[in-house]
Design a protein around this ligand. Sequence first.
Ligand code: NAG
Ligand code: NAG
Ligand code: NAG
Ligand code: NAG
Length: 392
Amino acid sequence: MIVLFLQIITCFLFTTTASPPHGFTIDLIHRRSNASNSSRLSNTQLGSSPYADTVFDNSVYLMKLQVGTPPFEIEAVIDTGSEITWTQCLPCVHCYDQNAPIFDPSKSSTFKEKRCHDHSCPFEVDYFDKTYTKGTLATETVTIHSTSGEPFVMAETIIGCGRNNSWIRPSFGGFVGLNWGPLSLITQMGGEYPGLMSYCFAGNGTSKINFGTNAIVGGGGVVSTTMFVTTAKPGFYYLNLEAVSVGDTRIETLGTPFHALEGNIVIDSGTTLTYFPESYCNLVRQAVEHVVPAVPAADPTGNDLLCYYSNTIDIFPVITMHFSGGADLVLDKYNMYMELNRGGVFCLAIICNNPTQVAIFGNRAQNNFLVGYDSSSLLVSFSPTDCSALWN
Ligand SMILES: *[C@@H]1O[C@H](CO)[C@@H](O)[C@H](O)[C@H]1NC(C)=O
Ligand SMILES: *[C@@H]1O[C@H](CO)[C@@H](O)[C@H](O)[C@H]1NC(C)=O
Ligand SMILES: *[C@@H]1O[C@H](CO)[C@@H](O)[C@H](O)[C@H]1NC(C)=O
Ligand SMILES: *[C@@H]1O[C@H](CO)[C@@H](O)[C@H](O)[C@H]1NC(C)=O
């Protein structure tokens, strides 16, 4: 999920001399922390790779992790578009109903509220879909699996305890922030796991997210593109989208306001659909309109999607995304078209965005690719994969 606004009223992260007045806010996500020695890791598991099981939940992918001592399992949204890992915490000011019980810090022996001078450290994350979480920061033990068979334990991980959370859909327990900011879970894994992560999203069933050496995506059929992690674009993994092909019609970004050299689109696991700026988006839509032999339909979701009456996905053209460096992703029709209204209507899974908003390569478009992030070589790799079969 793309973050509009992240506010952490802080002091603990900075050993500053002057004490900031209460309410002083600093945009943390501009700082890229050096991969530190993983002295906080209670287990040094050289050669083993941390991983977690993931499940699909309607429009997002959830990662299973444990917080606290004794470990308490939560399922939280896998989000490469944000930094803070948070879960709903008791007692709540306002928590949404979730399927599983809500985490109760008073029952965990390792939970510690972060202190900012003489008060707790508030945090707030506002996501672009107008949802938000507000609460306080804490340090807590986070545990996932590892290939060694021993649990992968991250002691004193900074997490958010959300106590006023707007969320409409009752299911997941929070978010796992996986961007490259200093507080993201992958950054807090430390120097032995320097920004290596991969996932493989399937439209159903279970899958895995891998970190460390097991996250390296290689072999035949792999294409890679440069990721841009500039401080001007805090925390996001930006890619360069050079063109989109609709069938055989190639639509260049060059010559449009969407064109850029250092990244024009964010790859985001936490956003479902793909978002293009309006002018470029319209070019792609026109190319689709040009070849689809069906009657247009109103968008049942109210998002002004391009929709058609159809009983089959077969009539729609194949869409290919051309990322820089020759990374051409030929997308399955499922990735780019979705059946709505319980059938009978298919819509293009691309939303035309206000040009001031960020463009997003969403999780549906990434379906059935093994997607690997390597922050040291600054590459994102894609390997076409049957994700639901990968670990079965
Ligand atoms: C960051 O880490 C690298 C490699 O470990 C080291 O060479 C560099 O000096 C570090 N930078 C800072 C600012 O600590
Ligand atoms: C990092 O860890 C290595 C090996 O455990 C150790 O030799 C080194 O001194 C540590 N460096 C720092 C800056 O803590
Ligand atoms: C929760 O946050 C919202 C948004 O800022 C605010 O309007 C609301 O009053 C808060 N709820 C409570 C119970 O404090
Ligand atoms: C879900 O799994 C079933 C059985 O493996 C498969 O037939 C179906 O195509 C899958 N659906 C999606 C959306 O991947």
